[in-house]
Ligand binder design. Structure first.
Ligand SMILES: Nc1ncnc2c1ncn2[C@@H]1O[C@H](COP(=O)(O)OP(=O)(O)OP(=O)(O)O)[C@@H](O)[C@H]1O
Ligand SMILES: [Mg+2]
Length: 449
């Protein structure tokens, strides 16, 4: 891995910009082509800006759950990091608010995230190595800026080429400056490092780059095996306990049986997993600088049929799957969550209603103050046409916003099914935004407190 001189560190990366957001009516400015994703809070829409005919993705964060401070932080880090690294999603300097959402804009990842690209047996050794290299490069860049991503998981790795030769990290909603105290919330358990799980909820812990190293290990384990190594890295998880026992036995004469899933890996890969999935954060490497040492040689053990047997025996951990993947997977996940006592009621109808209400509520009447400059000629979005390098932020025009009862959009936007877009538009590639998607009873994760 390169040295820190490889990148020019920008000092202002920790100075989070807070600017006045333009208030716009989303449905008036954009054609919504497709909902391409839904996170814990964020809705990701593929849209076309009407005036400039420009296609882009909008990440819309609902005001009731995401504070303006959190919004600015996520937008700022995404904007600072993305354009300078090929394995980080490019965020454009375009942000605004609607009645219900704070919104910023990004490039579109045509093949969705890794969850929908990983099969039950993983993605194989060659592709896993490609993902490892690119993800490690993105993390190196983030860590060089003294930041910790804190949410490395399959859902946040976007795929641009089907042979995995171009993947990009996204979602900077949890990104924080290294060594700061952060609040423990209900982290997504399978990816959380043990030191985080050992902190009680609503208590603080120190955020360190070795957190990302652990999550990198979990992602790579899933890529190689198709399975999560455990449900959570805590003593009451039998798979993790077995791993701990095996991990602790390294270098001891007594032979301890490898956890079954680890038998799918070559001894070389087992070594690096032991290194990066090091339970003690003090001993865990703070970066992935040594990864190139492990790139040569096999990562999977020999014999595909052996691996199949192991997998059957161990049974797949369903929670590796994204919230955004198929209904069957989600149902598996739901029962797992229910077994852990987590409320998981899915109400698809109410999700559709929420989306409809969202579009309707994003209708805003703007009143330009008398002493203001006249509105920019066509729209601020004309600026976006010039390769998005000029944003709508920092404008001097101040607006007051009033919510108006929006007219029903039903004739314009079909909800449900694979097309959720103005009639007559071509749906681009990507995931089915309709029936397959559902909002689970999410564990609140974004808003502070
Ligand atoms: N630029 C993009 N192009 C295509 N799909 C995207 C893009 N950005 C996000 N997605 C999809 O939307 C999903 C949610 O996006 P994102 O992770 O940014 O939202 P979030 O609400 O912060 O999620 P989380 O649940 O991880 O907190 C992603 O997992 C991915 O499937
Ligand atoms: Mg995400």
């Amino acid at each position: 891995m390169g040295s820190s001189s490889k990148y020019k560190l920008r000092e202002n990366i920790h100075k989070i910009r807070e600017i006045e957001l333009e208030k716009i009516n989303l449905a008036e400015e954009f054609d919504i082509l497709q909902i391409v994703g839904e996170g814990w809070f964020g809705k990701i829409l593929l849209v076309e800006h009407r005036v400039t005919d420009t296609e882009m993705v909008l990440k819309a964060l609902p005001k009731p759950y995401v504070s303006i401070k959190d919004f600015f932080r996520e937008f700022h880090y995404a904007l600072q990091l993305g354009p300078h690294h090929k394995n980080i999603i490019t965020t454009y300097d375009v942000s605004f608010e609607t009645a219900g959402f704070y919104v910023f804009s990004q490039e579109y990842a045509p093949l969705g995230d890794l969850t929908s690209n990983v099969s039950e047996t993983g993605i194989g050794e060659l592709h896993s190595k490609k993902v490892a290299k690119q993800l490690a490069a993105a993390l190196e860049y983030i860590h060089l800026h003294d930041l910790v991503h804190r949410d490395i998981k399959l859902d946040n790795i976007l795929v641009f080429k089907s042979d995995f030769s171009r993947i990009k990290l996204c979602d900077f909603g949890e990104t924080r400056k290294a060594h700061t105290l952060v609040l423990r919330r209900n982290e997504w358990l399978p990816y959380a490092p043990p030191e985080v799980l050992a902190t009680s909820t609503e208590e603080h812990y120190k955020c360190e780059t070795c957190h990302d190293v652990w999550q990198f290990g979990i992602v790579m384990f899933v890529c190689l095996t198709g399975c999560l190594p455990w449900q959570k890295a805590a003593y009451d998880d039998p798979r993790y306990s077995r791993y701990l026992y095996w991990h602790g036995s390294a270098g001891v004469l007594q032979t301890v049986r490898r956890p079954k899933l680890f038998k799918l890996l070559s001894s070389k890969a087992q070594r690096w997993f032991r290194k990066y999935l090091e339970p003690n954060p003090q001993k865990r490497p703070p970066n992935l600088a040594e990864l190139p040492k492990y790139m040569e040689g096999r990562w999977l053990s020999k014999g595909f049929s052996d691996r199949e047997e192991e997998r059957e025996d161990e049974s797949l951990c369903p929670s590796m799957y994204s919230f955004h993947s198929s209904a069957e997977e989600k149902n598996q996940l739901l029962s797992t969550l229910a077994a852990y006592g987590i409320e998981t009621t899915v109400d698809r109808r109410s999700k559709k209603d929420r989306i409809r209400a969202w579009i309707q509520n994003s209708s805003i009447v703007e009143e330009t103050e008398e002493d203001d400059e006249p509105p920019a000629e066509a729209s601020v979005w004309a600026l976006a046409a010039s390769r998005f390098d000029v944003g709508i932020m920092g404008r001097s025009r101040r607006t007051r916003a009033k919510l108006k009862a929006a007219p029903p959009q039903a004739d314009e936007i079909r909800i449900g099914g694979a097309q959720w877009r103005p009639a007559g538009r071509k749906v681009r590639h990507g995931k089915d935004p309709g029936g397959g998607e559902c909002a689970l009873g999410r564990i609140p994760g974004r808003s502070e407190g």
